[in-house]
Design a protein. Structure first.
Length: 315
């Protein structure tokens, strides 16, 4: 595996889930695979789970992880091509990327959508430069449009908790005071469309996701109607795509509370975290036994480890 952005990069989903179960049961069985191998994890943005779970996954495989925070620890990097570098950026990605590549075997990159220039974000301008110029396999740790390690962990969590063969999974938009990227809902939609689930997306008018990610999912604008009979409720905020990067409203009637959960099939609650309590989800829901947010976050080690294992196997 040379890159990990899309569900298609993992191949057969059934096989990937089987492998995930094996990795979870025996995390240290591939300690020799990563011996003397190095992964560099580049963070342009904050992280708790991705930063720690990626390092843990690498250590489980016997690899050496090195973490670099751009902006904090390194030179500020220019990401646009063809610009006169007379501002605050001291180095261009064009040099930084091959340098990073020369120090490691695999690269992971977190570079959130800037939410200002849709083409720049949706062309995966930063991640694609890493793919092109590093000469190394590259993992998106949430980039311009996708967060595949999260979606893979989410699918594994659903697989582990589902009570019917084809559960109903509802992704609902929820309010948030600041503009957030579409990467998490984009990837979740992409992975749910590829999985054997009944998948519904619900959001207020103006928050429609890019059709390339919505695919064949059912879209229902009435949140309560969408949630009827749901087995899994996946909450997430995202900013508008059509009014790119804007917060159109913070309508708290969309906060996932007891009223929303009451119409479901005693659904499990999921969120990728970090989550703002009583904006996205009411305390009574996230604190209930139906909340999967902690096992979901724990599965981030497993998804990252499967991806790194596959990359090591194809070096
Ligand atoms: C980020 C987002 O919504 O993309 C990261 C989530 C994994 N969330 C925040 O910035 C709060
Ligand atoms: N879910 C997730 O990616 O969390 P972090 O932003 O803390 O890495």
């Amino acid at each position: 595996m040379k890159q990990f952005l899309h569900v298609s990069d993992i191949g057969d989903l059934g096989k990937a889930l089987e492998e995930a179960k094996q990795v979870k049961a025996t995390p240290f069985a591939w300690q020799n695979l990563g011996k003397n191998k190095t992964i560099i994890l580049i963070f342009f943005n904050n992280s708790l789970r991705t930063r720690l779970s990626s390092q843990k996954a690498a250590l489980n495989l016997g690899m050496n992880p090195i973490v670099l925070n751009i902006n904090g620890d390194s030179w500020k990097l220019e990401t646009q091509l063809g610009v006169v570098m007379d501002g605050d950026k001291s180095e261009h990605l064009r040099e930084a990327i091959p340098v990073i590549g020369s120090y490691c075997d695999i690269i992971g990159v977190r570079s959130f959508a800037g939410l200002k220039d849709k083409d720049f974000d949706y062309n995966e301008t930063i991640l694609n430069q890493f793919i092109e110029y590093s000469g190394r396999p590259v993992i998106s740790l949430e980039s311009g449009t996708v967060h595949p390690c999260q979606a893979f962990a989410d699918l594994l969590t659903i697989e582990e908790h589902k009570k019917t063969k084809r559960p109903k999974v509802v992704m609902t938009w929820a309010p948030h005071p600041k503009a957030l990227p579409q990467a998490v809902p984009n990837s979740f939609a992409e992975w749910m469309n590829a999985a054997d689930v009944d998948f519904v997306i619900t959001q207020p008018e103006g928050y429609e996701l890019d059709p390339r990610f919505v695919g064949n999912a059912k879209v229902e604008y009435d949140q309560i109607k969408a949630l009827e009979g749901a087995d899994f409720v996946y909450a997430k905020n995202w900013s508008s795509v059509s009014h790119y990067g804007q917060v159109l409203n913070v309508d708290r009637s969309w906060t996932v509370g007891a009223k929303q959960m009451a119409v479901t099939n005693n659904a499990f609650f999921m969120h990728c975290l970090p989550v703002r309590r009583n904006m996205i989800v009411a305390d009574e829901v996230i604190d209930s036994p139906q909340s999967l947010v902690i096992p979901e976050a724990a599965n981030r080690v497993v998804s990252a480890q499967v991806v790194m294992k596959r990359m090591l196997e194809s070096l």
